[in-house]
Design a protein around this ligand. Structure first.
Ligand code: HEC
Ligand code: HEC
Length: 213
């Protein structure tokens, strides 16, 4: 069951009350609750995220925290759900997406929608710029089948845009992909371990210079 309600300022309280009544009466109405929450809570909830990812979702140039602003909502949502469920591991993200911090699907959706709308202003960290042709060629050969020709997001598969991401973060992810026991993301370990010395950094550098989200 799905309800579509346009929430206008003056009507907001009334809608909230009506929804509360409807929800109580119907037992559950997740669709309707999610829609209202999505239009109201994203900015407030994002304050926690901003402490690390920045107000603009630009991340950190040292590669510890990725840029996320402008990634499609479906991509952000998948990442949040994966961290929350422990399918993707990072102590900080698992902590800030747990049930103590985010109540449920509606909250995750609201944040994802907010992140998707962010306009990044943080300058992207790039590499040395000395092997861009190699980066371009190797990305086309080894990565583009899944990541697309320009490294843009593939929302339907939950694949983030790599274009416009900090080269430092991309390089770190490629190094980590080869760590024993890392089974994430379509056997990246195997794909990355077949790259020659320096090619991973070249790909990361090239990607960081492509138009991002
Ligand atoms: C304490 C710092 C911290 C906080 C707070 C935090 N993050 Fe993160 N976030 C990180 C780090 C570090 C990573 C990279 C994890 C990794 O290396 O896989 C990350 C990764 C992500 C990713 C995956 C990006 C990608 O390209 O794969 C998304 C999406 C994300 N965070 C969104 C959020 C949202 C939304 C919030 C708020 C609910 C949030 N983060 C709060 C530090 C933080
Ligand atoms: C067989 C398909 C496939 C190929 C080939 C592939 N990727 Fe990915 N990649 C994925 C998928 C799927 C994800 C999203 C994983 C997720 O979030 O569950 C991903 C995510 C990533 C991420 C985000 C960080 C992370 O760990 O999630 C980076 C960086 C990345 N890929 C780099 C590369 C590079 C560089 C290449 C080429 C050397 C490459 N990938 C080749 C499928 C692929």
């Amino acid at each position: 069951m799905k309800m579509s309600i346009t929430v206008r300022n003056s009507a907001r309280e009334a809608v909230t009350i009506i929804l509360a009544v409807v929800v109580l009466a119907a037992g559950c109405l997740p669709g309707a609750v999610a829609e209202v929450a999505a239009s109201e809570d994203g900015a407030t909830l994002y304050a926690t995220c901003a402490a690390c990812h920045g107000k603009d979702g630009g991340g950190l140039r040292d590669g510890t925290v990725p840029a996320i602003g402008g990634q499609p909502a479906a991509v952000v949502l998948k990442a949040l759900e994966d961290f929350r469920a422990g399918r993707r591991r990072d102590l900080r993200m698992q902590h800030f997406t747990d049930a103590e911090h985010l109540s449920g699907t509606a909250a995750l959706q609201a944040i994802a929608a907010y992140v998707a709308g962010l306009k990044r202003t943080t300058r992207v960290a790039q590499g040395a710029g000395t092997a861009l042709e190699i980066g371009k060629r190797e990305f086309a050969r080894a990565c583009s089948a899944c990541h697309g020709a320009g490294g843009t997001a593939v929302a339907a598969r939950g694949i983030p845009a790599l274009a416009g991401q900090h080269a430092s973060y991309l390089e770190r992810k490629l190094r980590e992909a080869m760590l024993p026991g890392n089974t994430r993301a379509c056997s990246h370990g195997v794909i990355v371990s077949r790259l020659a010395e320096g090619q991973g950094a070249a790909i990361a550098d090239w990607l960081s210079r492509q138009p991002g989200p």
